[in-house]
Write a protein that binds this ligand. Structure first.
Ligand SMILES: [Zn+2]
Ligand SMILES: [Zn+2]
Length: 279
C-alpha cells in the first residue's frame, strides 16, 4: 500500500479549493473544517461546490478526507445549552460530510468542567448517541493533549466512550497530543511501547486515522503546540519509527504542522516521504 499522507487544507473561497491546495502540497488525503471552527456556524456549501469537491477528489485520487469539527463542540459538558449546541453542530458536520462523500468527522471529547471524569465520559457517549450518523460517515474521536479537565488524553477515555456509546466510533490518534498527554513517542522503543499500549486499551482495529504532528513541548506537559516534523520533541527517530510501524503504515496520516518559518505542508509532507521506508 502506498503512503497516504496529506494536510489540513483551507476551504477559503469554497470547499472545492481544498482539493487543489492538497494537490499542490503533494497530499493524497487530508482534512478540512466545514466552516470557521471558532464560531457557532453552519456549513454553507453550495451544490456546485460540493459536486466539484467530490469530482476533483476522485479525479486527483485524493482521499480519505476528514472534517475536523468545530473547536466549540464539547461533548463532555454538563451544561445543557452547550451540549445541545454541540450536538446540533456535530449533526451539521456529519450531514456536510455525507454531501461531500467525506468518510470521517473528527471530534475532540471536550472538557468535563468539574462534572468529573466518569460523568464527562458518560455525557460524551450519550451526546454521540443522539446523532443521526449517515451510513457513509464514521465519527472519529481524537486523542487529546489532556489539559485542564479535557478528556481524551488517556487512551482509556477513548476506549470508554467507544464502549459506552451505541455508535460505531473509531479513533484518530494525534501524535503531538498523545505525547503531550504523557505517551512517549520520541524513540523507537517508546513508540513500540506506546503503540502496544494503544493496541491493548483501544485496539488497532479501531484506529482509523492519524494526525501526524511533532510537538514543541515535552512529554507529559499537556501543552498542545505542534512543530514541524523532526524539529520538535518527537524528533526524527520517534517519527521515523512511528510512520514505519506496521499498525501505522497503512493509515491515513494528516498533518496539522505549522505553516510559518517558510516551511509549509509541502515541506512536511516531503519529510514524511523521506522518513517512510517504501517497500
Ligand atoms: Zn483536533
Ligand atoms: Zn489533531
Amino acid at each position: 500500500m502506498a503512503l497516504q499522507v496529506g494536510a489540513h487544507a483551507s476551504i477559503a473561497g469554497g470547499v472545492q479549493n481544498a482539493v487543489a491546495e492538497q494537490h499542490d502540497v503533494g497530499g493524497n488525503c487530508g482534512q478540512i473544517f466545514s466552516h470557521s471552527p471558532q464560531v457557532w456556524q453552519e456549513p454553507s456549501i453550495g451544490e456546485t461546490e460540493a459536486r466539484t469537491f467530490r469530482e476533483q477528489s476522485e479525479t486527483r485520487g485524493i482521499g480519505p478526507w476528514l472534517i475536523h469539527s468545530s473547536y466549540l463542540v464539547n461533548l463532555c459538558t454538563p451544561k445543557d445549552d452547550l451540549r445541545e449546541r454541540s450536538i446540533s453542530s456535530m449533526q451539521t458536520e456529519l450531514d456536510a460530510a455525507a454531501r461531500l462523500c467525506i468518510d470521517y468527522v473528527n471530534v475532540h471529547l471536550g472538557a468535563h468542567t468539574g462534572a468529573g471524569v466518569e460523568q464527562g465520559l458518560d455525557n460524551a457517549a450519550s451526546a454521540l448517541d443522539q446523532l443521526d450518523v449517515p451510513e457513509t460517515v464514521t465519527i472519529l474521536i481524537e486523542s487529546d493533549a489532556g489539559s485542564g479537565t479535557k478528556l481524551g488524553g488517556e487512551f482509556e477515555h477513548l476506549a470508554a466512550v467507544r464502549d459506552r456509546s451505541q455508535q460505531d466510533l473509531k479513533i484518530c490518534l494525534d501524535t503531538a497530543h498523545a505525547f503531550a498527554a504523557g505517551y512517549d513517542l520520541s524513540t523507537p522503543e517508546a513508540v513500540e511501547e506506546t503503540l502496544a499500549e494503544f493496541d491493548e486499551v483501544v485496539g488497532f482495529e479501531n484506529l482509523a486515522a492519524v494526525h501526524l504532528n511533532d510537538s514543541k513541548h515535552g512529554c507529559g506537559t499537556n501543552k498542545d503546540e505542534h512543530a514541524h516534523l523532526g524539529e520538535g520533541q518527537l524528533g526524527e527517530p520517534g517519527l521515523s519509527a512511528f510512520v514505519n510501524h506496521e499498525a501505522i503504515r497503512n493509515r491515513p496520516l494528516v498533518l496539522e504542522t505549522p505553516t510559518e518559518d517558510g516551511k509549509g505542508f509541502e515541506w512536511n509532507i516531503t519529510r514524511v516521504h523521506e522518513l517512510f521506508d517504501e517497500e
